[in-house]
Structures are given as structure tokens and as C-alpha cells.
Unconditional design. Structure first.
Length: 274
């Protein structure tokens, strides 16, 4: 038997507990029993990673319920890389599917029906909270900006007679936009700060922007005009004039000067300075 066959059989056992493939590599049943240590360690590592990556989900549900759902996730989406850093990219969608009973076998559906009765209140906003948790993680882990546009840059460019609206800029890599319900964002903030004094009661859908500045991730709701501006600058560099025009199309009273200043202060923009 080849090393590759052994690795495949061992991986299969870790993922689903099926020892059929690994049995041929073991001398007796006691060796197979000992493999449970590795399988338990595999699950513990994956669930601990999900706990670290979705802390507000766990806080909302409680550790025990969260770990039950996390274990189900590991069964459906085992790690595909040699690291657990960033593990859980499908977790928000999995939660949504889990409670809408999609792609589950009959046994799991019966268990889920009982579970839904217990957790119906806990499920409110859970998917959005998971999305915000993961966006926060991605922002934290994102690459550093290659050329943050600063007030000093702007001053130099103005002295050179360059029109700021002609500048090609884009959002720095730590900026993420997430569409969620406003009350879900409010609950996520309250879970992070242990303060529910300012919980929103509205269930309007809005965009939340997350970004990293000086090593700390920030988050806030955007107006529709701000969303248009930010979405224009996601990805490839675009002229500032194009972003401003997109915002003004949504709100003709949008103050582009204040918005630009806020972008500079929060280090949101990248530019290539020759």
C-alpha cells in the first residue's frame, strides 16, 4: 500500500468515522480504537477554530449549542487546507441552510426539527451575525495597503496642480461591505460591547462597512449614497469623480467633501504614487 492511500484512508476516517479504508493498515482492532484520539482531536481543532472565528455567534447561542452546530458544519465542510486560519467561509450559508432544512438527510432532519423548537429565538439574526463575524475576521487578516492615500499626499498633489477628482483610487484590502438587517448589526455590536442600550428595532436591510485602521477593525452602517461610493471603488482603481457621481446620483445633497475627508482620516483609499 502506498503512503498516498494511507493518507486518503486516514483523512476519510477523520472526516466521517468510516474506518473501512484504514483497517488494512492496522494490525488489530485496538489500533483502530486508538485512532479515535486523532479523530477527537480533529473535531476539537475544527470546532475551536470556528469558535474563535465566530465569537458573537457562540456568545448568542451559548457554548454548548454553538459547538453542536459547529460539529455538524465540520461533518459537511471539513477543512480543505493544511491550516485552520480562516476556517468557516461557508458557515453563514450553512446556518441558513440548516434552519431551512436544505441538503440534510432524514436523520438530521428529524434532529433538526427538535432543535429548531429549542433555538427559534436564538436563530433570529444568527446568519447576519455570522456574516459580520467572518467579515470582521477577513478584515483583520487582510493584507496591508500598498499605498494609503494620506492628507500629506493630497497636499502634495494639490501643490502640483492635480485635480483630486481625476485621481484613480480604490478601497484598501481591509474594507468589506456586508448587507445585513440593521437590528442584526445592532445586536452584533451589543454582543461585542456587552451593551444593549442602543439596540435598533427596525429590520431594514442596510450595508455595513468593516475596515482596519492601526490594527483594529472598525464597523459602521452606511447610507445609500455611501454604499454607492464605496461599491464604485471596490476592486479596480476608479477616478474619484466616478465614485462621487455614483453617490450624488443616489443623494443630490451628498457632501462629497466630508466623505472624502472621512476616507482620508480612516485610511480607506489606496493610490499609486509615482
Amino acid at each position: 500500500m502506498s503512503t498516498e492511500q494511507y493518507i486518503d484512508a486516514f483523512a476519510q476516517y477523520l472526516r466521517n468515522g468510516d474506518s473501512t479504508g484504514i483497517e488494512i493498515f492496522c494490525e488489530n482492532s485496538s489500533h483502530i480504537n486508538r485512532l479515535a484520539v486523532y479523530r477527537n482531536g480533529f473535531y476539537k481543532g475544527c470546532i475551536d477554530a470556528l469558535s474563535a472565528n465566530f465569537p458573537m455567534c457562540e456568545k448568542k447561542l451559548g457554548a454548548e449549542r454553538f459547538r453542536e452546530m459547529a460539529r455538524l458544519y465540520v461533518d459537511h465542510f471539513p477543512p480543505e487546507q493544511g491550516t485552520l486560519v480562516g476556517y468557516g467561509i461557508n458557515f453563514p450559508q450553512f446556518l441558513e441552510n440548516l434552519f431551512s432544512d436544505i441538503e440534510l438527510n432524514d436523520k438530521e432532519s428529524v434532529e433538526l426539527a427538535e432543535y429548531q423548537q429549542i433555538t427559534s429565538d436564538s436563530y433570529t439574526n444568527l446568519v447576519n451575525i455570522a456574516q459580520l463575524d467572518y467579515a470582521w475576521l477577513k478584515s483583520l487578516m487582510s493584507a496591508d495597503s500598498n499605498g494609503t492615500l494620506t492628507i500629506e499626499n493630497v497636499t502634495e498633489l494639490l501643490e502640483q496642480g492635480i485635480e483630486l477628482t481625476d485621481l484613480n483610487v480604490r478601497l484598501n484590502p481591509s474594507v468589506f461591505l456586508v448587507q445585513v438587517y440593521e437590528n442584526a448589526f445592532s445586536e452584533w455590536i451589543s454582543l461585542k460591547t456587552n451593551n444593549d442600550d442602543d439596540l435598533y428595532e427596525t429590520a431594514n436591510v442596510s450595508f455595513v462597512m468593516l475596515w482596519r485602521i492601526q490594527g483594529a477593525v472598525q464597523a459602521r452602517l452606511l447610507t445609500l449614497a455611501e454604499v454607492a461610493l464605496m461599491q464604485t471603488l471596490l476592486g479596480k482603481s476608479k477616478p474619484l469623480s466616478e465614485a462621487f457621481e455614483a453617490a450624488l446620483t443616489i443623494d443630490e445633497n451628498f457632501d462629497v467633501s466630508d466623505a472624502f475627508t472621512a476616507c482620508l482620516q480612516n485610511e480607506l483609499l489606496e493610490i499609486k504614487i509615482n
